[in-house]
Design a protein. Sequence first.
Length: 399
Amino acid sequence: MSKAGALEKIRVLDLTRVLAGPYCGMVLADMGAEVIKIEHPKGGDDSRAFGPFVEGCGESAYFMSLNRNKKSITLDMKSPKAIEIIKKLVAVSDVILENFRPGVMDKLGIGYEALREVNPRIIYGATNGFGYTGPYSQLPAYDLIVQGMGGLMSITGESADNPQKAGPSVGDIMAGMFLSIGILGALEARHKTGKGQMVDVSMLDCQVAVLENAIARYLLTGKDPVPLGNRHGSITPFATFKTTDGFINIAVGNDNLWDTYCKEIGKPELIADERFKTNPLRTNNWDQLVGVLSEAMAQDSTESWIARLRKGGIPCGPINRVSQVVADPQVIARDMIVEVEHSKAGKQKIPGCPVKMSETPCSIRKAAPVLGEDTDQILKDILGMSADELRQLREEKVF
């Protein structure tokens, strides 16, 4: 018998689309929440139109990767009856998620102030580019915009002359992750107070929050950090090196590891070298050190180096292609690639849940829903609508 998820019996209404909000909803769904995705009848979530598409059925693999474990209903929020249905669902739900520009939900009559009147226990989770306050609150934003404005691109890549974004859409994903954390905190607070609250998460705020040592270095020195390629600004050697057949990442995080590393690469004389005896010295004298290490690492293959360095306890690893990641024995052992049965696309492999909980485990119970596939069931089972009521609403194009 499978164990119940941590958020079993928590109902979430997910009005979000594309990435940040849906990612948050997926995290909550993986933890056992019942997540009801509310989409427009024509086309639904914008990401349903994003490729790649599954051949033969046209379903978006992008959408599937962000909306597993959810149910889908369609409602045209321009219809007053659709708004009334949302309010009725809010009355029997715990959380509502939205990622519209601030003010849009208020104009529809379902902003936080209106919904807390319907259900004082509701937790209203909102994420967008710049949050509900501040001079930028009404500006549109996408991941690329926020990575630039949040400083991430100024420290990513090989040089300040060619700023680079991170590969994944980390601006969106971090916002989704922080929103899920905020909602979990709000649920715990509700246990104590009996009251819900609004959780306002800005993509830009999240970028600032994760800049860690870059902000620390600037505030201490007054100097803007610059891109260092794959180097770390404070730890050395913490970098990528070329081998005879590829590349390897090395992370020597303390002086004891440095001594071991020098012996393993056949350069024990570096241990006593006054220029490199401590981590700050190695960082400050990187220009004098990098050539020596690069020459040593170029003498053997990636696989051989990994075997030797891991034996010595040196953190290291290859630079895997995605094809190698999905076949990695550690990834497979941790159930990070799982197979689901989609109602139209058939068997599909998707990433698993990274949160492993011993007593209330996350689970992937179903594939992402087809647009509106749960509309009748939800309105009938949760709101008690009759077949005649559903027929009339359908004729009026409410859903």
